[in-house]
Design a protein around this ligand. Structure first.
Ligand code: ADP
Ligand code: MG
Length: 233
């Protein structure tokens, strides 16, 4: 780790963090692992089906609690938090992008992004402005009032990315973000993630696709629940 990073606080810090489903029989979905992801990093986690990717994503995204060890998000230990606090922290600090976009079909692009800001208690006019700005950032200024059904797959994923970043989270967490896209569209979505990363966003992409993983500046591998850092040859 570079010296200049040593004094800063990681966005993600796993300390012996693991997840075992109780069963019976118990299933170790994530073996206890250590991980630090620093502000502004672009990290990919790649592994085959059943490797533990969703389990890791659920922990990092505060959707599941660890059964062993600790998870600190922006320096805050999440172990002792109750569900309302986890939900609030998730809403403030993490933007999610999923394979299936998850846009509301009867709302415009602009409304979809704005609705993503509801949890924060921001006044409506500020939400509108932040949503518009996020859509401009992803190159959809001309599609503000478009309904999702009139958008291409790539455009829908851009709306989902705008929704994820509009609240200025400290972490953008992407689960197979290009899984529903053809390869040309996937490339343009990945270059958007690169652009957000260049703008300072911390990005974690979870994928089974090694081509997608190569976009990470740092690539981790997960296999049989074991997370490994791929060290450059
Ligand atoms: P991936 O996302 O890489 O496909 P998962 O994290 O979903 O992998 O799963 C990791 C392992 O944990 C798999 O062996 C899976 O069968 C198991 N698993 C996932 N969810 C549960 C659950 N709710 N109960 C028991 N085992 C589970
Ligand atoms: Mg999965």
């Amino acid at each position: 780790m570079a010296d200049h990073m040593a004094s800063r606080q990681p966005v993600i810090e796993l300390r012996g963090a693991g997840l075992t489903y109780p069963g019976p029989p118990p299933v170790v979905a994530l073996s206890p692992c250590d991980l630090r992801v620093w502000p502004g990093e672009f990290v990919s986690v790649v592994g085959p089906s059943g490797a533990g990717k969703s389990s890791l994503l659920n922990i990092i995204g505060l959707l599941d609690a660890t059964t062993e060890g600790n998870y600190l998000l922006d320096g805050r230990d999440t172990a002792a938090l109750g569900e309302p606090q986890r939900t609030a922290l998730r809403g403030r600090n993490i933007g999610f992008v999923f394979q299936a976009f998850h846009l509301l079909p009867h709302r415009t692009a602009w409304e979809n992004v704005e609705l993503g800001l509801l949890h924060g208690g921001t006044p409506r006019n500020e939400r509108r402005a932040a949503a518009r700005e996020a859509l401009v950032r992803v190159g959809l200024e001309h599609r503000l009032r478009a309904m999702p059904t009139t958008l291409s797959g790539g455009e829908r994923q851009r709306v989902a990315i705008a929704r994820a970043v509009a609240g200025r989270p400290s972490l953008l967490l992407c689960d197979e973000p290009t899984g529903n896209l053809d390869s040309a569209t996937a490339a343009s979505v990945l270059s958007l993630l690169d652009e957000l990363h260049r703008g300072g966003m911390t990005v974690v992409v979870i994928t089974h696709d090694s081509t997608v993983a190569e976009h990470g500046k740092r690539v981790l591998t997960i296999r049989d629940g074991v997370l490994t850092e791929r060290v450059a040859a």
